[in-house]
Ligand binder design. Sequence first.
Ligand code: RP5
Length: 164
Amino acid sequence: MASAEAPMVGVIMGSKSDWEYMSAAAEVMDELKVSHEVRILSAHRTPEQTLEYSAGASARGLRVIIAGAGGAAHLAGVIAAKTLLPVIGVPMPTTSLNGIDSLLSIVQMPKGVPVATMAIGKPGAANAGLYAAQIIALGDAKLSERLAKWRAARAQELLQQKIP
Ligand code: RP5
């Protein structure tokens, strides 16, 4: 669910089929009250719109971009090429190679144009949302507090786990 207030994080993905996984990024940012927007843009199918989005992202107030794509996954890299905002890439397990292809494609950026690459699929998408929140929390003490509480709650959940 995208936020009503001015978005600080852009969550983009190469296809609607990626939402099954990328929704995990939006969910965690909803929990942490990090404003975000969601867009479908493709490095291959909509190259002009993708570059336009990236080039204008900072001026629109975005602070981080999360990009999920599968297969020949160029979306995060192409986005990173047109902005100085931090870009987080999430490999999608949407092809017959189950995301290994996407992972290698996203992680192998050339020197000079970094993309912070997460794990394949939902865990990577959730961590991308958390990582974006951590970046924004560097200048937002209240968000930093919410993150600390979120982590503490996860620790409590684990400590309460029992083997049946
Ligand atoms: C990539 O190809 C997308 O990011 C998606 O992971 C994959 C398959 O896309 P669809 O054919 O389902 O649209 O561009």
